[in-house]
Design a protein around this ligand. Structure first.
Ligand code: ADP
Ligand code: MG
Length: 319
């Protein structure tokens, strides 16, 4: 007989509360924030067919569902504390639940973020997570702090997740042999939590790159009332992406989506502190341009020539 709602919660999602004052099983969980801390809160939803392919392994889906949420905490420089999980599934599939919960808890444990509650219902496969983090009051990294003259940076590499997606789509001009090199970027993104925390008091503004660098950066620029110049040939990318055409390289790095890297700005005088923070976090950081006083985004190639900005960024209601 199929497992019921409460048995499946007990079997796959209930564990002893650790940091939380009260975990799963009551009407609310209770968190006990330390004195002087603010609670950072963010939600992200993953819908089958929209955010992931039905063929993805369940453990990777568990990982990614939490990773995309932790990426938002990282962008604010917050330390993960707890999360809730709202799960809709068409039917009870224990092999799926076993893999999903294993991937989910592996990342949760690695990041010290505990599952404290949620909701479970029948419906099209949809995973909605809310994360809670803590950050000393007034210290959170915001989109609104960039200033003209700041250096602009990005962590890790851009574009591999989009490259993997294009292989799965069978897009023309993409070498399908790269799939094994890049599918990890799409299915197992690593949230830059340690980097976000290391950049507290150093970065003046930050955002996580989830919908494509240009689109996400434009949100940051608007909130900061500034513009930017990006050196497109300086954007960090993998060897696999470098083997593709220049057109695909630019599309994937500038408007790829699903990167979950951090884009941030810092005063030029703090370049050494940025490098130190990156080293402490064990993540590469690349300077990709600068913040300008004039609004708008300008793209330059290695020769200093203008690159046309005709890359559409992802928008769920326009694609
Ligand atoms: P209520 O009806 O009061 O909202 P539920 O009966 O839906 O509570 O859930 C019972 C308990 O199980 C609650 O503590 C809830 O947070 C938790 N819970 C439900 N679904 C999940 C899930 N998918 N993951 C973790 N905890 C869950
Ligand atoms: Mg409920």
């Amino acid at each position: 007989m199929a497992l019921g709602e409460f048995d499946l919660i007990a079997r796959y999602f209930t564990r002893e509360a650790r940091k939380a004052a009260l975990g799963i099983g009551d009407d609310c969980a209770l968190l006990a924030p330390a004195a002087g801390m603010q609670i950072a809160v963010s939600s992200d939803m993953l819908v089958e067919g929209r955010h992931f392919l039905s063929t993805v392994a369940a453990d990777r889906l568990g990982h990614k569902s939490l990773a995309v949420n932790l990426s938002d905490l990282a962008a604010c420089g917050a330390k993960p504390l707890a999360f809730t999980l709202a799960l809709a599934m068409p039917r009870v599939d224990e092999a799926f639940l076993e893999g999903f919960s294993r991937g989910l808890f592996a990342l949760a444990d690695a990041q010290g973020c505990e599952l404290v509650g949620g909701d479970t219902t029948q419906g099209p496969l949809t995973i909605s997570i809310t994360v809670f983090g803590e950050v000393p009051a007034g210290v959170a990294l915001l989109r609104s702090g960039a200033r003209a003259g700041d250096d602009l940076y990005v962590s890790g590499q851009l574009g591999d997740a989009r490259l993997a997606l294009e292989v799965f789509r069978g897009s023309a001009g993409i070498d399908a042999a790269v799939v094994d090199e890049v599918r990890g970027a799409m299915e197992l993104p690593q949230p830059r939590v340690a980097l976000g925390m290391a950049l507290r008091g150093i970065a003046r503004s930050a955002i996580d790159v989830s919908d494509g660098l240009l689109g996400d950066l434009s949100h940051l620029l608007r909130r900061s009332a500034v513009g930017a110049t990006i050196e497109v040939d300086a954007l960090p990318r993998s060897a696999a992406l470098r083997r593709q055409s220049i057109a695909w390289q630019r599309l994937c790095t500038l408007a790829g989506g699903d990167d979950y890297e951090l884009a941030f700005s810092a005063a030029p005088a703090d370049a050494g502190r940025v490098a130190e923070a990156a080293q402490r976090a064990g993540v590469a950081v690349t300077r990709i341009g600068r913040i300008d006083p004039e609004p708008g985004l300008r793209l330059l190639d290695a020769q200093g020539a203008t690159v046309a900005n005709d890359f559409a960024s992802f928008d769920h209601f326009r694609s």
